[in-house]
Design a protein around this ligand. Structure first.
Ligand SMILES: Nc1ncnc2c1ncn2[C@@H]1O[C@H](COP(=O)(O)OP(=O)(O)OP(=O)(O)O)[C@@H](O)[C@H]1O
Ligand SMILES: [Mg+2]
Length: 236
């Protein structure tokens, strides 16, 4: 797997959302992207998965230029996106939601379905339950499970911890680590919870009003005085 964004510009009408963003995810890495509300984090993930057409710049995945390519083709190439706010299909069951995740695959693989249920046993217990009736944490697990059903090489996670209690976030992040290790899936995770995201990831980037302002080893970022002040809170 190789993945690199170079000099990406995205605008909504005349408003610049991303300015000259460059970022890389290497084979097997968990990379985090942190930033405040409105920094452009979701815009970046939506550009990668083909939901937004960038104005300028390149996104190369496995040596193929994917900037501006249709979303279903990008999923088929091996990038899955678990969106902000989970977006599960509320009136479908858990099992049906998972099947929707594999729609791009020509050949469905039972082992993938088994892996998802093994990773998230709660989903196995609730296969016939409507997704809209799941708790927030369960819906997040379903959203990630649905993304895994497409057998990605690169998984994009948009604020998985949003609205979850700290103890559930902790559990979820350890499962994300497990997915990364067990299936060698590279992960780009967007978070406002900078502390938890830096702990989980190997490297990180900070996005501030559409621009990357810091990047580096997560341990170094955790100890950076600038980050402590703006993103990590007192006592970090
Ligand atoms: N469809 C849209 N049309 C116009 N402007 C948009 C659109 N989507 C996002 N924006 C603007 O682009 C900027 C970046 O938004 P984005 O959702 O990418 O931020 P974010 O970092 O994901 O924020 P949050 O942490 O709140 O999810 C914001 O100023 C937002 O208002
Ligand atoms: Mg967002």
């Amino acid at each position: 797997m190789n993945f690199e964004i170079k000099d990406l510009f995205v605008a909504y009408g005349g408003i610049h959302a991303l300015t000259s963003v460059s970022l890389e995810v290497r084979e097997g890495e968990i990379v985090c992207l942190i930033g405040a509300n409105g920094a452009g984090k979701s815009t970046l993930l939506r550009s990668i998965s083909g939901l937004i057409k960038p104005k300028k710049g390149s996104i190369v995945f496995n040596n193929t230029e994917i900037a501006g390519v249709a979303p279903h083709k990008i999923v088929a190439l091996g990038i899955s996106h678990s969106p902000e706010g989970r977006r599960v299909f509320a009136t479908l069951t858990v099992g049906e939601n998972l099947l929707m995740g594999s729609y791009v695959l020509k050949k469905k693989n039972k082992a993938t379905f088994d892996f998802v249920l093994e990773t998230f046993p709660i989903l196995k217990e609730r296969l016939r339950q409507y997704a809209g009736t799941l708790s927030g944490g369960e819906q997040q697990m379903l959203a990630i499970g649905r993304s895994l059903m497409a057998e990605p090489k690169l998984l994009l996670l948009d604020e998985p911890s949003l609205g979850l209690a700290p103890i559930i976030t902790k559990e979820l992040f350890s499962l994300i680590k497990k997915i990364n290790e067990a299936r060698k899936i590279s992960i780009l995770i967007v978070e406002q919870n900078a502390k938890a995201a830096l702990k989980l990831s190997k490297r990180g980037y900070v996005l501030d009003v559409g621009k990357i302002t810091f990047s580096g080893d997560s341990k170094t970022l955790q100890n950076s005085p600038e980050l402590k002040e703006s993103y990590l809170g007192k006592g970090a």
